[in-house]
Design a protein around this ligand. Sequence first.
Ligand SMILES: [Zn+2]
Length: 156
Amino acid sequence: MPPLVSSSDSLTQRLACSGLRATPQREIVYQLLLERPDHPTADELFARVKAKMPTISLATVYNCLEALVQCALVKQVNFEREPTRYCSNLAEHAHFIDSATGRIIDIAMPPAYLAHLKEALPPGFTMDDVELNFRGTAAPEALGNTATTRSGPIPA
Ligand SMILES: [Zn+2]
């Protein structure tokens, strides 16, 4: 069987850094997060994984996600009171929440923007992390330019 993840070496290495093994379950969960980076919830991801691996349980999907978050391959994203979502885009980015469709779109954040944001902090405040969410509507024709709408294989 061919490897499930084109970047499986990197998955193996990253998991090993956290003392974890790259199991077929972890690989498929990671692969599906890379394939459709639309910030699914664990339940949504479970449905996708189950279509490919019918014997997998929701608890296993949660365990896989926990392992992937632990070794920083996947980020947890929380919007207000919604269930936790998962994001495989490790580049600095903001989220745009389309209020019409509920879609969550990654918006690249150039380092210069982040540096600018830091300048808003009063003296003595140090930023470890920043989460930036935009809410609004995205024109359908504008969605072709975003990472979340890409289709086909993910470049290695
Ligand atoms: Zn994201």
